[in-house]
Ligand binder design. Structure first.
Ligand code: ZN
Length: 437
């Protein structure tokens, strides 16, 4: 069992439980499971239900570090650097932003997240935010086969996020469940969840009201609930989503139905004003009794530039065309997202740009799911270079290019610039927001 379990605890835990005949069977299951640990083997729901001691025994043996230097399992499994190297192939975490002690904030957050602590991290997009929940999710799965669920509003980008993570880590255990999937695709993801093949599942918040989603995850033990773009939880935020607020109740009731401990909640965002932060922390304290530890890494984005230009209504479309002509390579390199205030406006602008010779397309919530998918895939594949989108397109994409804004009512242009931060990870100088007045 060396390297498979915490050796300093193994015999202690086993002998502690063996005298109790009720617990003897739980110990037998735990030991049997340990022999297949680390693969896609998950504890069947009926074992968890009938033998409530199995999960706590395994938690003691594989989830909790003993901090004894001679224990190889704990030394490796609970070490953020070793796990970073293992899954992402990086030898160290990002130095910036730094934590209070001058070390890597990313490493501090990952350490806390791997320890299954409730937390709230504010990190600029492009500051390695996603890794702070992706790496702990993969580690948790490796330790005990548990599922980490990431609630994200960025539906149109989920496929991109899943593909990116799969190619970065070589790990196939990532999936996404959202409204744009076809029925067979959805069925495949649900099967993967039930069978234990999924470590990390992205879902859009409305999935929490979906019966097939709930049925599929009931096959699994939930290791952590992650809220990406957590500012959507706040009524004071610029992007409030009522579905996010239902999540607290869902998490509580689901854990109760599973007869399981309440999993930790971990929140991430690139932006949060003081009242938004306070509201989110208070929400989880009230709903789940969890105290989120706050980590703040600032919202600066050195790799983005913002400009605001004054332009009258009649000139708006022509100015977008000229900005695109200035900023995008005429040979076909680069792409752009133009955020529009309304669906109608996104359609009009896309049509105008098509007449100017751009491979442009509108994107908004009124389009049919297959068409949205088609547009999204063609955009990522470089066939469509310009998307004229409403907020339905989401705000984060790992696509180079520029992002002109075209809306006097764009909430991202008021107050702080969250999503100005949130939207893209462009090449240097590649982001532009334009307010039309
Ligand atoms: Zn140990």
């Amino acid at each position: 069992m060396d390297g498979q379990v915490c050796t300093s605890r193994f015999l202690k835990v086993i002998f502690q439980h063996l005298p109790d005949p009720q617990k003897k069977i739980a110990v037998a299951y735990a030991v049997a499971w340990l022999r297949v640990a680390g693969g896609n083997s998950v504890l069947p729901p009926w074992v968890r239900q009938q033998f409530a001691d199995v999960a706590p025994i395994l938690r003691q043996l594989r989830d909790t570090p003993c901090n004894q230097p001679e224990c190889r399992y704990c030394r490796e499994s609970h070490d953020p650097d070793a796990q970073l190297q293992r899954y992402f192939g990086f030898s160290s975490f990002r130095n910036e932003p730094a934590d209070a002690a001058g070390g890597s904030l990313q490493q501090t957050i990952v350490h806390c997240a791997m320890g299954d602590q409730p937390l709230f991290a504010i990190l600029p997009t492009g500051g390695g935010k996603s890794l702070c929940f992706q790496l702990p999710a993969l580690v948790r799965y490796q330790r005990r086969g548990v599922l980490t669920i990431i609630i994200s509003p960025l539906q149109a980008l989920m496929k991109d996020q899943v593909d990116n993570l799969r190619s970065k880590t070589g790990s196939p255990n990532t999936a996404a469940l959202y409204g744009l999937l076809t029925a067979p695709e959805r069925g495949e993801v649900l099967d993967g969840i039930r069978l234990g093949d999924v470590a990390l599942l992205y879902v859009s918040p409305e999935q929490l009201r979906n019966r097939s989603f709930k049925e599929a995850i009931s096959y699994r033990e939930i290791g952590c609930w992650v809220f990406d773009e957590a500012h959507c939880l706040s009524k004071w935020g610029h992007d409030f989503r009522p579905d996010y607020l239902y999540a607290g109740r869902f998490i509580k009731e689901f854990a109760r139905e599973q007869n399981a401990l309440l999993p930790p909640v971990q929140c991430f965002t690139a932006t949060a004003k003081e009242d938004v932060k306070a509201e989110i922390i208070d929400y989880f304290r009230r709903e789940l009794g969890q105290e989120l530890t706050l980590f703040e890494g600032g919202v600066e984005r050195d790799n983005l530039q913002f400009e605001v230009q004054m332009v009258n209504r009649a000139e708006k479309s022509a100015r977008v065309h000229s900005l695109l002509s200035e900023r995008l390579d005429p040979e076909g390199g680069g792409s752009a997202v133009v955020y529009c205030a309304t669906r109608k406006r996104s359609e009009e602008l896309a049509e105008y740009l098509q007449h100017q010779g751009w491979d442009a397309s509108a994107f908004h919530a009124g389009l049919e799911a297959p068409l949205k998918r088609h547009i999204q895939e063609n955009f990522i594949g470089g066939v469509i270079r310009v998307i004229c989108a409403t907020n339905a397109f989401g705000m984060g994409i790992g696509q180079g290019g520029c992002a002109p804004g075209d809306s006097r009512r764009d909430p991202r242009l008021s107050g702080e610039l969250p999503a100005g931060g949130g939207p893209c990870r462009p090449r240097p100088g590649g982001c532009r927001l334009r307010a039309a007045l």
